[in-house]
Design a protein around this ligand. Structure first.
Ligand SMILES: [Zn+2]
Length: 450
């Protein structure tokens, strides 16, 4: 009986050791099968307000450091300048008129493949960190295993994410972090609210506070203490970028401490930019001018040349196929973005993305489409049946409409745009879900609902 018991204990011990060795081998193999992915998106961040893109203020010391360790794209074009449309495009690699998720009430339907959905099938653990507004994108919740709200205190949410990463560091993970702090109304906490405030307001411009999305007003949802000084709001926008950058630095530092920085592909971008006076619109988005479409795009990962700057035009919907190509994951379903690895590895011989399209569909009034080449942009306002043609090389601010001057270029781009608009698209109308009171309150705060 005693012998049997000893033998039993011995067998248990052997089994335990075998299982432990198996677990170590499994974990090691699992780590080798793929990298971790961290996708950082900063709402309403225009690239030209970052130090690495040439901005005069030191808004982004940590993002600038990331650029030194990866590649930076100077012509990354968003497919929409409206949050739900652009973010859905980013996570599905399709244009808004393909996925048709135009507003916060549209439900992300089953047939739409998403980046986190694909990675989940490849045994990635997925997490989203964002304001509850994104969580309340109906259908998005099924794409993520975990969700951390980032409603008020960014620090708490980043701490939660860091703890989560520490917990899952032996598994492959995909983390999407969406910062809302640079979205209007801009209210960075101290000291970021003081950081860029100008001592003298002699050069400042004052414009009235008004209702709605009209030109030459500070929209009422943006206004703070009835202040009408434009420079004040720009200082707060820049402070909000610095506030976001501070926590991006914390996250990246922690990755290094955990020894994960070399095993992690990091992508940083925004969903769209912000108009801060261009075309007479203040602290709003929704148009298709370059201040709204040009997003930062930085990619850092194993094998990617450090400190490289790529000036060729790319799309934000190229991010998902690039991540999947990096992980050697093939997608059968139709996506509209392209893999950027050939460009990252050899930008001299790359000829893709000659024409890039963007669109914004604001149910109330705006229905815009655009086609962009590295030199030209044509914007079509469907509601007004009007076109704007700009030469971006000599007129980057898009001031002089050349529709009646360069007829040949206008017809050429109009034909290309129409062909793209008439491309075959899935015949799906996403279901909608009524918004709850909490979501409506959030949307009013951010200016999406009046
Ligand atoms: Zn947005």
């Amino acid at each position: 009986m005693k012998l049997n018991r000893k033998r039993y204990l011995f067998i248990c011990l052997v089994c335990f050791i075998a299982m432990s060795i198996g677990l170590v081998i499994y974990t090691s193999l699992n780590r080798q099968q793929g990298l971790n992915i961290i996708l950082i998106t900063i709402d309403s961040l225009r690239s030209d307000h970052l130090g690495c893109y040439g901005y005069k203020r030191n808004t982004s010391p940590n993002i600038d450091k990331l650029v030194e360790e990866g590649v930076m794209f100077t012509q990354a074009i968003s497919q929409a300048s409206w949050t739900p449309q652009s973010l859905t495009s980013l996570l599905t690699a399709t244009y808004p008129s393909t996925h048709k998720i135009y507003d916060f009430g549209s439900v992300l339907y089953e047939e739409l493949i998403t980046l986190p959905g694909i990675l989940k099938k490849k045994r990635y653990t997925t997490v989203a960190v964002s304001a509850g507004l994104i969580k309340r994108f109906p259908g998005f919740e099924r794409e993520f295993d975990n969700f951390f709200d980032m409603d008020e205190k960014i620090g708490d949410s980043i701490e939660n994410l860091i703890r989560w990463i520490g917990h899952f560091k032996h598994k492959k993970f995909f983390a999407w972090v969406h910062f809302f702090s640079a979205h209007s109304p801009y209210k960075p906490p101290y000291p970021f609210n003081e950081m860029f405030k100008e001592k003298s307001n002699k050069t400042s411009k004052h414009i009235p506070i008004g209702n709605g999305k009209e030109p030459n007003i500070i929209p009422n949802w943006v206004a703070i203490d009835r202040i009408t000084d434009v420079n004040y709001y720009i200082s707060q926008y820049d402070g909000a970028i610095a506030y976001t950058d501070f926590y991006i630095g914390k996250l990246l530092d922690k990755l290094k401490i955990l020894g994960l920085d070399k095993d992690t592909l990091i992508i940083l971008t925004s969903d769209h930019g912000e108009s801060i006076g261009e075309h007479d619109y203040y602290f709003q988005h929704g148009f298709l001018y370059d201040q709204l479409l040009k997003a930062p795009l930085i990619i850092k990962g194993p094998g990617i040349t450090k400190g490289k700057v790529i000036n060729k035009q790319v799309k934000l919907i190229d991010i998902m196929p690039t991540i999947l190509a990096f992980l050697k994951i093939k997608v059968n379903n139709k996506i509209e973005g392209v893999d950027l690895l050939p460009l990252i590895y050899d930008d001299n011989n790359y000829t893709g993305n000659e024409y890039v399209f963007s669109e914004t569909f604001d149910c109330d009034k705006l229905n815009l489409k655009s086609i962009r080449t590295p030199e030209w942009k044509l914007i079509y306002n469907i509601g007004l049946d009007k076109y704007e043609l700009y030469n971006l090389k000599i007129d980057p601010e898009e001031i002089t409409n050349l529709v009646d001057i360069d007829k040949e270029k206008f017809i050429f781009l109009k034909t290309k745009l129409e062909k793209w608009m008439n491309r075959p698209k899935p015949n799906i109308i996403p279901p909608t879900k009524p918004l709850d009171e909490n979501t409506k309150r959030n949307l009013r705060y951010l200016g999406y609902l009046q």
